[in-house]
Design a protein around this ligand. Structure first.
Ligand SMILES: [Fe+2]
Ligand SMILES: [Fe+2]
Length: 144
């Protein structure tokens, strides 16, 4: 497996959780379950991705800007998670805040999968792509 497939699998899981959460009404139990799963998934992914995708791509002129941009977006995502953490599941504004997080994450994932993956594909060689996939997946297991 290449690093791109490993990351894409986790992105798809994040998208599914965001869609499920966007469909919840005020049922705190359901929100609580999926929100916890989403938060854990996003946090573990950001750590593993920064270590085994962004970090090696910081060394190349072709991908340094993508890496920096990605890290800045991870911080923005953290702030939106914090806003949700400070809101009761039953609060009418919860869904509005969730939708802000959903838009931001979806935009971020699309950015990574399109422009960033294209350029990274040219920077990393074949063995690096599979080595990084192994390291990324191992780190995800440790984080989760
Ligand atoms: Fe990311
Ligand atoms: Fe990602």
């Amino acid at each position: 497996m290449e690093i791109f497939n490993a990351i894409k699998q986790d992105h798809d899981h994040q998208r599914a959780l965001l869609n499920m959460l966007a469909d919840t009404s005020g049922d705190s139990k359901v929100r609580e379950k999926y929100y916890k799963e989403l938060k854990d998934a996003l946090e573990a992914h950001a750590i593993a991705e920064e270590r085994y995708f962004y970090a090696p791509l910081m060394d190349s002129d072709m991908t340094i800007e993508d890496s920096r941009h990605g890290i800045a977006e991870h911080h923005e995502i953290d702030e939106l998670i914090e806003a949700l953490d400070n809101t009761e599941f039953s609060d009418p504004s919860w869904l509005t805040k969730l939708k802000k997080l959903k838009d931001k994450v979806e935009h971020h994932l699309a950015d990574e999968e399109q422009a960033f993956f294209q350029r990274a594909g040219k920077v990393l060689d074949k063995s690096e792509k599979s080595q990084l996939a192994d390291e990324y997946q191992k780190e995800m297991e440790e984080q989760l």
